[in-house]
Design a binder for this molecule. Structure first.
Ligand code: FES
Ligand code: FES
Length: 151
């Protein structure tokens, strides 16, 4: 069944079952592989995107639900070749190891800074609480978000 999705400001028509997960459509149909598959159960944050202004697990959102909302993925954070201030801060603070969790972290932190441009450390921790990192780079991620907030 045809579905129209708006992702990173672009409209896409896909022919998939309405119950397909947004994550699978992003990765397999639109080629937006920055959004990761981790647990598939809403418990790791690797697949987070912004939908309708909220951070959501794209593994749990059906494409039918997503079709009614503006979707932002990690590919939509940069302005062309220019990284967002938050992405630059992640690079400068070396806030990744394997990088598997990074896109989800960036999504959560982007949504946080959009609603609270000057969060304190506890607020940053709370905003990232649903993003799991097996490499344990949490301290560097928090430093990067704080740095982006300062700038
Ligand atoms: S893959 Fe969606 S929350 Fe883990
Ligand atoms: S950097 Fe490896 S899972 Fe977070």
């Amino acid at each position: 069944m045809k579905q129209t999705l708006t992702v990173n400001g672009e409209r896409h028509e896909v022919d998939v079952a309405p119950s397909a997960s947004l994550l699978s459509v992003l990765r397999d149909d639109l080629g937006l592989t920055g959004t990761r598959y981790g647990c598939g159960r809403g418990q790791c944050g690797a697949c987070f995107v912004i939908a309708g202004g909220r951070v959501v697990a794209s593994c749990l959102l059906t494409v039918d639900q997503a079709a009614r909302q503006e979707i932002t993925t990690v590919e939509g954070l940069a302005n062309g070749a220019e990284l967002s201030p938050l992405q630059r801060a992640f690079v400068e603070e070396d806030a990744m190891q394997c990088g598997y969790c990074t896109s989800g972290m960036l999504i959560s932190a982007t949504a946080l800074l959009a609603s609270d441009p000057a969060p304190d450390e506890d607020t940053i921790r709370d905003a990232l609480a649903a993003n799991l990192c097996r490499c344990g780079v949490y301290a560097r991620v928090i430093r990067a978000v704080a740095k982006a907030a300062r700038h």
